[in-house]
Design a protein around this ligand. Structure first.
Ligand SMILES: *Cc1c(COP(=O)(O)O)cnc(C)c1O
Length: 489
């Protein structure tokens, strides 16, 4: 088969048999798909030989680039031993060694938990009369120990499901029967399984499933550009936190955990929370005996410029969910890391049935764990975080040009997570109607120019691999700027 026939063949098979995620397939059937056959560094090559910058790290996963020798070798090396064996009743070296490395990494990156420091209330909190330390039975206190146990699964949604179920069952074991629900944020995205959607807050994705979802409380999103409370930062003094506290104060007896994407709400539109928001949320969780689940599926492994986003505000969650970048973007793997106290609450005699009854077939896959180990080793060896700081700074300055465009309402950046919010009217912040597909048009223009990016509604997302070069970053921003200008002006 010659190349042109092969391309037509693949396109035909795709359109006849595949169902793509988050895709209107009628529209897909009318378009011409980009067929990716190769990758190298920050680039992807399509079947006709055209190269593109991978501007969103293959949906937020690629860390050290494609075809990274060390990652390739680690997987090949593991392949010569075994690809998969189960963690149900058996163990294996990559899973055990990686668990230790993850726990040590988390401990190095995050502060010791503040759980057992005496709970002192700020004058503001005392003034509000919200609670005194003595109001709580000490058996109900949130955990005092650091993150120390790794539970594997294979994607971000399952990492979240596991976190939610752990938190729920933890309180059962502690004899607290009433904590049956969760608190999450508007604009939150925690994955697409039913539990994860139940704590999600993106109307467009989630509302259709509402009859299937369990109840959860919603605190305001820290979305300063479009504050749902109608306030302005910083004069608001983080009013959104007060709203959160209001919900906690009223419902803490029902709330097992707060689940939060620390620092950046990703799929909600790259919403960067104002300084102090995360730390404030942590303090409120401690104060109201609510576990904190940090969903670092997107933000983990250097995305925000630190190993974990929680490090920006020196926050330790009680449960930490990791996925996307954990294997450097090579293979599906996820980890839910729980505090020692949570783990301990599940210990008992067999017949106590305190077991955490949860597991996935490919839990802790050997190849994926081998890739994750090589990923961590690369962070160390190549000083990935240190070396990205200059690039983050460069990106920040380069984005100033785009900020000035008349249909760019807001440019948000934390490390290598960037959201460019397009607006119909800059002064009124009137958004483009979604059906105009402005974000899509920008991305499709960028594609013609050799950059692959994918929008979130009216937000153009940039998320290059951490290994991107300054030269590549320059092209990434230049093409994005051209595409935005050509589509909106
Ligand atoms: C992507 C993402 C998830 C879901 O991960 P999947 O691997 O797609 O299931 C969960 N939480 C956050 C914050 C994410 O960005």
């Amino acid at each position: 088969m010659d190349l042109q026939s092969f391309i037509r063949h693949i396109e035909k098979l795709d359109k006849r048999y595949l169902w793509h995620p988050f895709t209107q397939m009628k529209e897909w059937a009318e378009g011409t798909p980009v067929i990716i056959t190769e990758g190298r560094g920050s680039f992807l090559k399509d079947i006709s030989g055209k190269w593109y910058i991978d501007g969103v790290s293959s949906i937020w996963v690629t860390v050290h680039g494609h075809r990274k020798k060390e990652l390739d070798d680690a997987i090949k090396g593991q392949l010569d031993k075994i690809s998969h064996s189960t963690l149900l009743g058996l163990t294996h070296p990559p899973a055990a060694i990686l668990a230790e490395k993850l726990v040590k990494l988390v401990r190095k990156s995050l502060p010791p938990p503040l759980g057992n420091t005496p709970l002192t209330l700020s004058p503001l909190e005392r003034g509000a009369g919200v609670c005194n330390r003595g109001e709580f039975n000490s058996a109900l206190r949130t955990p005092h120990s650091g993150l120390s146990r790794v539970f594997y699964s294979d994607n971000g949604s399952t990492a979240v499901e596991i976190g939610l179920k752990m938190a729920f069952q933890y309180w059962k074991h502690k004899g607290v029967k009433s904590k049956k629900t969760f608190l999450s944020l508007s604009n939150a995205y925690h994955g697409d399984t039913i539990g994860a959607v139940s704590v999600g807050g993106i109307e467009l994705f989630h509302s259709i499933f509402s009859p299937l979802l369990f109840k959860s409380y919603k605190a305001p999103s820290p979305y300063c550009y479009r504050c749902e409370l109608g306030k302005t930062h910083p004069s608001c003094k983080l009013h959104c936190l007060r709203e959160m506290e209001g919900i906690m104060k009223k419902h803490h007896k029902e709330i097992a955990a707060l689940i939060i994407e620390p620092i950046v709400q990703g799929a909600g539109g790259m919403i960067v929370s104002p300084p102090g928001f995360l730390k404030g949320a942590r303090r409120l969780c401690t104060k109201y005996n609510i576990l904190m689940i940090a969903d670092e599926v997107a933000t983990g492994f250097g995305r925000t410029g630190k190993m974990f986003a929680c490090s920006h505000e020196d926050v330790s969650p009680d449960i930490l969910c990791l996925a996307k970048g954990i294997t450097g973007g090579y293979l599906p793997l996820a980890a839910t890391i729980a505090a020692g106290d949570i783990y301990n609450a599940f210990l008992g005699e067999y017949e106590d049935f305190k077991t955490f009854f949860h597991g996935h077939t490919y839990t802790g896959n050997q190849l994926a764990c081998a890739a994750a180990l090589a990923n961590l080793e690369l962070f160390r060896k190549e000083k990935t975080l240190e070396r990205m700081q200059r690039k983050v700074e460069f990106l920040k300055q380069a984005l100033d040009g785009i900020r000035a465009f008349s249909h760019v309402g807001d440019v948000r950046q934390k490390g290598f997570m960037v959201g460019i919010e397009l607006v119909k009217n800059e002064n009124t912040k009137e958004p483009y109607p979604l059906e105009e597909k402005t974000g899509w048009k920008v991305c499709s223009r960028a594609r013609e120019k050799g950059l692959l990016i994918r929008p979130l509604g009216n937000v153009v997302v940039l998320m290059p691999p951490l290994s991107v070069s300054l030269q590549e970053l320059k092209s990434l921003v230049r093409i994005t700027a051209e595409a935005v200008r050509e589509v909106t002006e």
